[in-house]
Design a binder for this molecule. Structure first.
Ligand SMILES: [Zn+2]
Length: 306
């Protein structure tokens, strides 16, 4: 049996908000078994908790924004991609402003901190949402499909209709290990003309070559170039992993996306959850024998959050 996990220690991350350009401080703390992910605005009195679920996605135009009537928080997707991919089931993310820090535009800084903090094994069995019938959403030539499969895998294609940076596609079986090595370092990207437009309306104030791949007239403007082949499509998969975390449980299925983005990912999660005939919730306690020994590296972990 696989057990739920949370963090062994609180993580602190300081950075800059992409849109505000202001300093942001974030803490990721452990949470009890079955609690899932919660975003907490600690700069407000009283603090506001925003459960990470698809009904609380309030905007997807430039990033994934979660909120309730009381408060919103932008750009949460890279953090939740890292938590989900590394198998953290339960966490509270405290932030002292309206957006998560953009850091280097990738999920790598989150991955490093999570691995440093380590995991605490909880006393409850991990649960999965297993897809048993395909779900599709479509918007013009864009589409997302989630099909039954073992594990969680993604096939993603992007296409700028013949113009730079052209078509890219990538398939990956998403595991903690493959996320770290193949996806986590892929940075967000944007066209310089779009960034200039955003800055003129007071957005993207913190955007720079330090936190995004900038594309302009057939070229990558960052002096260091791309970090890897297919960095752009890999980043789209990273975003999808973060957005699919809004299902609230790890998903077993094969996600196929063409020309997607946060809004298509959100619509897919919404469509999935509105079709209870298309999935089952499986407990790892039902699938494997009970009392599987806890791996040795977790031997000293106290199940403090059972
Ligand atoms: Zn992103």
């Amino acid at each position: 049996m696989e057990f739920q996990k949370t963090l062994k220690k609180t993580i602190e991350i300081n950075g800059t908000g992409l849109h505000s350009g202001q300093p942001v401080n974030l803490k990721i703390k452990s949470a009890g078994a079955g609690e899932g992910y919660i975003v907490r605005r600690v700069d407000l009195k009283p603090a506001v908790d925003i459960p990470v679920k698809v009904d609380n996605i309030v905007d997807t135009t430039l990033a994934t924004v979660v909120g309730t009537k009381a408060a919103t928080v932008s750009t949460v997707e890279h953090c939740f991609a890292a938590l989900r991919a590394l198998g953290v089931d339960n966490a509270i993310v405290e932030v002292d402003g309206p957006e998560f820090p953009i850091l280097d535009g990738s999920a790598a800084p989150y991955v490093d901190k999570i691995l440093d903090a380590g995991f605490s094994i909880q006393r409850s069995a991990r649960r999965y949402l297993k897809v048993i019938k395909p779900i599709r959403v479509k918007d013009g030539d864009k589409f997302c499909i989630l099909r039954p499969a073992n594990g969680f895998s993604v096939t993603y294609s992007i296409d700028f209709d013949g113009s730079f940076p052209g078509a890219q596609n990538f398939f990956i079986e998403v595991t903690g290990e493959s996320f770290v090595t193949e996806l986590s370092r892929a940075r967000t990207f944007g066209f310089l003309s779009d960034v200039e437009k955003l800055k003129s309306i007071g957005k993207a104030r913190g955007a720079s070559l330090e936190n995004a791949v900038a594309l302009h007239e057939g070229k990558v403007l960052n002096p260091e170039g791309l970090r890897m082949k297919g960095e752009l499509v890999r980043h789209k998969i990273l975003d999808a992993v973060g957005d699919i975390a809004f299902v609230g449980l790890p998903v077993e299925g094969h996600l196929i996306v063409h020309k997607g983005g946060h809004e298509m990912h959100r619509r897919l999660v919404e469509a999935l959850l509105s079709r209870p005939d298309a999935w089952v919730v499986v407990s790892s306690a039902d699938e494997k024998p009970l009392f599987t020994p806890i791996p040795r590296e977790f031997g000293r972990v106290v199940a403090a959050h059972g």
